[in-house]
Design a binder for this molecule. Structure first.
Ligand SMILES: [Zn+2]
Length: 127
């Protein structure tokens, strides 16, 4: 697999609503912060999206669930931090900060690449 597609060249919070990643293969992904918040990969949010299923079952391949269950309208990122070399963590304006968004995951949820055949199944995103 081409690792350039899961390694960012630049990461940028554009304004209070948008976050942009330019990847090493020169693809640009632009995300609504509310979209990223709704897809938070932490166990708590996975549980919410998946109708309160047992946390252990979230490690199986059941997809990302219903993102409308996370109320994220108007959410802002208070802070964004790098986690090692593989992920970023957002500190959201609702106080939530447990989600670690690894770059593979971020690439797989890129709004402009949703229908790409080789995108990874987002089933194992829950941490
Ligand atoms: Zn979360």
């Amino acid at each position: 697999m081409n690792t350039k597609i899961t390694k960012p060249k630049t990461l940028k919070r554009i304004d209070n609503t948008e976050f942009r990643i330019v990847w090493q293969d020169d693809h640009t992904s632009q995300y609504d912060l509310s979209y990223l918040r709704a897809l938070c990969p932490c166990a708590e949010c996975c549980k919410l999206r998946n109708d309160g299923q047992d946390v252990h079952s979230l490690f199986s391949n059941i997809g990302i669930g219903n993102i409308d269950k996370i109320h994220s309208a108007g959410i802002q990122a208070v802070d964004v931090q790098l986690v090692g070399r593989y992920a970023i963590r957002f500190h959201w304006s609702d106080g939530h900060r447990s989600g670690i968004y690894d770059f593979k995951f971020l690439r797989s949820i890129c709004p402009t690449e949703k229908n790409k055949a080789n995108s990874e199944e987002p089933g194992n995103i829950c941490s």
